[in-house]
Every structure is written in C-alpha cells, then in structure tokens.
Design a binder for this molecule. Structure first.
Ligand code: ADP
Ligand code: MG
Length: 241
C-alpha cells in the first residue's frame, strides 16, 4: 500500500531522515515509535506529501508521489487521510457540518449524500448522538473521534495518525484507541506514531523503532518488545516512554 524507499529529508542544513525504507502492507497497522526528534512526524508528513523529500521515493497505492506533480498529490490526498494531535475542528460548525464540509466542497457530493455519510462515520466512532453538537461541547476524546470520523468520511485507503492521543487526559485516550482498534479489525491500513506502547504491542502488526532519522529496528511487536536487538531500542523501551 505504501512503499518508502531510501527517503532522505533535510530542513536547511539539518538532515532529519537518513535513507528511510519501509513497506506498509494493505490491511495492516504499523506503529512508529521512538524518541522525540527522531523524525517520526516528518516521515508521516512525507508520506502524505506535506513535506517534499530530498532523496529516495515514496509510492502510495502503486503511484509515485511527487510534489511537483499536482495530479499525483491530488490522487494521494484522496487515498490518504491524516489525523493530528490537534484535531482542528471548525468551532463555528456543528459536528455534522465539520464532517460534510470536504464532502460537499471538495468531493462535490449533494448535501443529502454528505449527511448520510457523516451519520454513518459518526456511528463508527460511537458519536451518533453528537451530530448537532458544536466542538466546544465535546470532550477532547470526543473531538478527536470526530476528527477521525471526518477523515473516514473521505473513504481513504490509508489513515495516518500522529500522536492522536498525546494531548488527551489519560482517561480519554482509551476511547480513541478503541476506535483505532475497531478500524484495524475492519481491515483499515493504518500508520500511527504513538507513545502508547501497550497499545502498539497489543494491536499493531508491525512496530517500527526510529532513531536519529533512521528505521533502527522493525518487526512484529513480539520481536520488538521481547527481543530488541540494539542497545538503542533496549534503552528506549526501558526508559518508560
Ligand atoms: P518526532 O516526530 O520524532 O518528534 P520530527 O519529525 O517532528 O520528530 O522532527 C525531527 C527533527 O526535525 C527535529 O530535530 C525537528 O526539530 C526537525 N524539524 C521538524 N520539522 C521541521 C521544520 N519544519 N523545520 C525545521 N526543522 C524541523
Ligand atoms: Mg512528532
């Protein structure tokens, strides 16, 4: 579904990704873990053409992503959804309208079709009763579930999640993780950057440990957590982060 091959990325003189290669198979959940600053968010943003890469290639659904090729970026945007730590809902729009906006404006769907899709995805994240609420009336966990629903409404083939529970109070992270687990069970292809080690261990198919802008180790959770090969990963796991 996604093939990242020998990707490098610099910001000015600072090289952040050093030849990252990673294959994400259809229907799998890949969890990316690692210390702050190791390049996890940058890698996700490169996968979604939010950053231009300086070397290597990225293919999504068989198509090479090139930021200078507008058609490739447009196709990518219809295939890849991304959810961030800050959910960025429009405060002046109801939950329903937050979800239908891109459907009517970008995808040119009718109001009725968009509403039907919005109600369906709200059901999937357990918020069928919040369609007419405004963002300020939601808890952080509910708002993040709306943000996930908004991505789902666009029927992506892959969803990227960047620390979507990091800003939430601990008692609210569970409901968001549960939505992600449900999506994984339904076969959604997902890549998530997370600090939720127990979740990654239990739910992810592959765990990728990034260190200093490289994929340092990658494999099934049983291997990564129970049998780390490098001192860097061992140290990371024992640091409690
Ligand atoms: P992580 O998500 O693993 O914490 P990031 O990918 O956010 O790491 O950042 C990796 C490195 O790249 C950090 O040193 C960060 O300061 C730097 N960086 C990220 N985005 C930018 C940017 N837009 N401009 C300059 N430096 C950046
Ligand atoms: Mg980050």
């Amino acid at each position: 579904m996604i093939v990242v091959d020998n990707v490098s990325k610099s910001f000015g003189p600072l090289q952040v990704l050093h030849g990252v290669s990673l294959t994400i198979e259809r229907g799998t959940m890949v969890a990316i873990v690692g210390r702050s600053g190791s390049g996890k968010s940058t890698l996700l943003r490169c996968m979604n053409a939010l950053e231009e890469i300086n070397g290597g290639t990225i293919q999504v659904c068989g198509n090479r992503v090139a930021m200078e090729d507008r058609a490739s970026v447009k196709r990518l945007r219809s295939e890849v959804g991304m959810v961030f730590q800050s959910y960025n809902l429009f405060p002046h729009l109801t939950v329903l309208r937050n979800i239908t906006l891109a459907l009517t404006v970008v995808q040119k769907k009718s109001r009725a079709d968009a509403d039907a899709i919005a109600h369906k995805v709200l059901g999937l994240v357990g918020l069928a009763d919040k369609a007419e609420a405004y963002p300020e009336q939601l808890s952080g966990g509910q708002a993040q579930r709306v943000a996930i629903a908004r991505s789902l409404a666009l029927s992506p083939k892959v969803l990227l999640f960047d620390e979507v529970t990091s800003a939430l109070d601990p008692e609210l992270t569970g409901e968001v993780l549960k939505v992600m687990e449900d999506l994984a069970r339904d076969g959604m292809t997902m890549v998530l950057v997370t600090h939720e080690m127990a979740f990654a261990r239990r739910v992810a198919d592959i765990v990728v440990f990034m260190h200093q802008g490289k994929v340092w180790e990658a494999g099934p959770p049983a291997e990564i957590f129970a049998d780390p090969k490098t001192p860097e990963l061992r140290q990371f796991l024992s640091s409690g982060l």
